[in-house]
Design a protein around this ligand. Structure first.
Ligand code: HEM
Length: 407
């Protein structure tokens, strides 16, 4: 039985996941926090569990509520968001947010994402080396979502600092994080209040306007919604860009194929490629918490009511019963129904934005810095292995210096 949640595990969890899929596909384990939970690692079981409404997202269904170690669990109100609730409340909130956070709004945002991407690359293009996590993958999603929400430019660096604090502490329930969460809540409440009197084109104004048969988001619901949009979307997208770039640098043939297809002005390989990077080494290792509301079985394994169930997306997405040559990175992979964005009613609301950011970031990096290469020995790279996310702490790169695009 391989050791789970160790340092070695964080840098390469896939051998352990292969072992679990084979020998203990629904496996009860003790998490680093001391909480006992079931890990579901096979694709078929994972997909079924994600869609099983007897598995609740609401922590009140945990046998020992209050002990899950979910960051901010006790911040009443703010945590009443999509990822912690079930139908019918979830259905109602998801319908309202979907009126404002539309694929159309995301598509219209593409030029802004390109501009942000170029501006960040301008910051280091002339230098010949950079840490792609700190200088690129980290700031891009936070500035993008702040912009989309309508957070004024002069306040966006505060969000960058808050986000940095949350990420450095792995989202753990420490004092600094609790203070950050409180600050963000206060800031968002005030911003939403201000926007209410002066609606614009931004997403917060869209959320305030959103109505479904006369129903609207309350002030507290709007704050919690902005919070989940910020925090479901930043560490995930950092890891998509970080893990994705790293995988490309480690697979020169695949990277060369992508570069020549981009040079020919094609986008097909970029689109399938970003999906494949999500499958191959996705940002979200484990889907967020679920709790059995009743006794049930998964893959033949009885699960008692009250037990937490964690669906291991990263294990399911390498299941040889679902994917041919699952450990091979194939940017052109067809039939790639990966679970990187989840499945069922909690399927990632931000997937269109994540795809836009991932595609723009990777295409622009490879086009502007065509000889991009790793600036460190892969064995020296450290991985941030929180329970839910998996990503690189730093990604040192080198390249031939080039001129900024925007002077
Ligand atoms: C839900 C992955 C980016 C907002 C989810 C879930 C996954 C996921 C796996 C489902 C969790 C579960 O069922 O327990 C990702 C990945 C991303 C990404 C891999 C980037 C590559 C984003 C972005 C946003 C976002 C950019 C918003 C700006 C959300 C929200 C939910 C969600 C609001 C909850 C949906 C619901 O419960 O109805 N995401 N996400 N995500 N994601 Fe994402």
């Amino acid at each position: 039985m391989p050791a789970l949640f160790s340092w070695e595990f964080a840098s390469d969890p896939y051998p352990a996941y292969a072992w679990l899929r084979e020998h203990a596909p629904v496996h009860r384990t003790t998490l680093p926090s001391g909480v006992e939970a079931w890990l579901v690692t096979r694709y078929a079981d994972a997909r079924q569990a994600l869609a099983d409404q007897r598995l609740s997202k609401n922590p009140v269904h945990h046998a020992e509520p209050g002990k899950t170690g979910i960051p901010g669990e006790r911040s009443a109100g703010l945590m009443t968001h999509l990822l912690n609730i079930d139908p019918p409340d979830h259905t109602r909130l998801r319908r309202l947010v979907s009126k404002a956070f539309t694929p159309r709004r995301v598509a219209a945002f593409a030029p802004r994402v390109q501009e942000l991407t170029d501006r960040l690359i301008d910051g280091f293009a002339g230098r010949g080396s950079a840490d792609l996590i700190h200088e690129f993958a980290f700031p891009l999603p936070i500035y993008a979502i702040c912009d989309m929400l309508g957070v004024p430019a002069e306040d966006q660096d505060d969000f960058r600092d808050w986000a940095g604090m949350m990420i450095r502490h792995g989202g753990g329930p420490r004092g600094g994080v609790a203070r950050s969460v409180k600050k963000i809540r206060g800031y968002l409440a005030e911003l939403i209040h201000r926007k209410r009197g002066d609606l614009g084109d931004d997403l917060i104004s869209g959320l305030i306007r959103a109505s479904d048969h006369g129903d609207h988001l309350t002030e507290a619901e709007a704050v919690a919604m902005c919070f989940v949009l910020l925090f479901a979307g930043f560490e995930t997208t950092i890891n998509l860009i970080g893990n994705g770039t790293y995988a490309l640098l480690r697979h020169p043939e695949q990277r060369a194929l992508l570069q020549s297809s981009l040079a020919a002005g094609e986008t097909g390989l970029l689109e399938t490629g970003v999906e494949e990077l999500l499958r191959y080494d996705g940002p979200v290792e484990l889907a967020t918490w679920r709790y059995a509301t009743t006794g049930l079985t998964i893959g033949g394994q009885p699960i008692p009511a009250g037990d937490p169930v964690l669906v291991v997306l990263a294990a399911a997405d390498r299941d040889p019963d679902r994917f041919g040559a699952p450990d091979t990175l194939d940017l052109a992979r067809k039939d790639n129904q990966h679970l990187g964005y989840g499945h069922g009613i909690h399927y990632c609301l931000g997937a269109p934005l994540a795809r836009l950011e991932g595609q723009t970031a990777l295409a622009t990096l490879l086009t502007r810095l065509p000889d991009l290469r790793l600036g460190a020995d892969p064995d020296e790279l450290r991985w941030r292995g929180g329970l839910i996310m998996r990503g690189l702490r730093t990604l040192p790169v080198e390249f031939t210096p080039s001129a900024p695009r925007h002077g």
